[in-house]
Design a protein around this ligand. Structure first.
Ligand SMILES: C[S@@+](CC[C@H](N)C(=O)[O-])C[C@H]1O[C@@H](n2cnc3c(N)ncnc32)[C@H](O)[C@@H]1O
Length: 285
């Protein structure tokens, strides 16, 4: 079987699951992963006959894709702010909206223009502190997560990308102590109420770690309230909290942060939805 024939097979099988543009890029990523061929080699080798073991690998990947496994988990990598990150079932796949949050922090830190202490809570793959360290090499970065396996992936990513970040394993909902104070605390915490599970894409709800996604229906803002409380003790003067958030939690979060003594600014993502917020203690201004 040639590459061309195999591609037609794969496309026909997945056509009802993916848009055509998405399907082409998915095929290309899969071929690069299995054959090690970049785009040019894929064109040059389109009539090459594939070894049976490679065809078997494609069939295995196809089965996983049909079940809804995201391509990033199949190839074991994802891209964030132009860099490649290792991902696996223990970590959330980094999202474009999180890149917008990181851009906002870089914009802020660039204006402040001094070495800042920055903590990322719920670090997952480590994409936030690693991207910040690469963009702001004079800042001190730390990442915290409850999950040991997520932290192992974050450490691997920091090593691969030569970013010096320190890591802590903590349950932020029960910790009362942080080993430092910070100029910026950032978090993209779990924020999807369990009850929304039914409307979610199979790719997300069946494959991404539940601990990274979901929060109790009775208290969907628990991570924000907890971090706002810790911020009062662990933010340096003029310190800032930055968060990613559920698009329909803007109003509740404005009220929560205001009530807890913070000034709040909301920002929209590229689709115009409330997606990020920055908060600073009123007394610090
Ligand atoms: C939405 S993911 C964000 C991952 C990564 N920061 C990103 O933006 O791609 C939330 C992360 O919070 C972590 N987490 C969940 N509950 C936690 C807790 N109680 N304490 C600390 N981290 C927690 C999860 O393991 C997960 O890595």
């Amino acid at each position: 079987m040639s590459l061309q024939e195999l591609k037609q097979d794969l496309k026909a099988t997945l056509a009802h699951q993916y848009e055509s543009i998405e399907l082409n890029s998915l095929m290309s990523m899969l071929i690069e992963f299995i054959m090690g061929w970049d785009q040019i080699k894929q064109v040059l080798n389109k009539d090459t006959d594939l070894a049976q073991e490679k065809i078997d690998e494609f069939q295995k990947a196809l089965k996983s894709l049909k079940e809804g496994m995201p391509i990033q988990y199949i190839i074991g990598k994802a891209w964030f702010m132009g860099q490649e990150y290792a991902v696996n079932e223990n970590v959330l796949i980094p999202r474009p909206e999180t890149e917008e949050l990181v851009d906002w922090i870089i914009e802020y830190a660039t204006i402040i223009n001094k070495p800042l202490q920055i903590l990322d809570i719920g670090t997952g793959s480590g994409c936030i502190p690693i991207a910040l360290k690469l963009a702001l090499p004079n800042c001190m970065l730390a990442g915290l997560d409850i999950s040991e396996t997520a932290l192992a992936t974050a450490t691997q990513n920091a090593n691969n990308l030569n970013a010096s970040v320190s890591w802590m394993q903590e349950d932020i909902l029960s910790t009362t102590y942080l080993p430092n104070t910070f100029d910026i605390i950032v978090s993209n915490p779990p924020y999807i109420p369990f009850k929304e599970n039914v409307n979610m894409q199979v790719q997300v709800k069946n494959f991404e770690p539940g601990i990274a996604l979901f929060v109790k229906d009775e208290d969907p803002l628990i991570f924000y309230r907890t971090i706002a409380r810790l911020g009062k003790q662990y933010l340096n003067p003029n310190g800032q909290l930055f968060f990613e958030m559920h698009y329909d939690q803007g109003k509740s979060l404005l009220a929560l942060f205001d009530e807890m003594g913070y000034h709040v600014e909301l920002r929209q993502d590229m689709f115009g939805k409330d997606r990020m917020l920055r908060a600073s203690l009123k007394r610090a201004v």
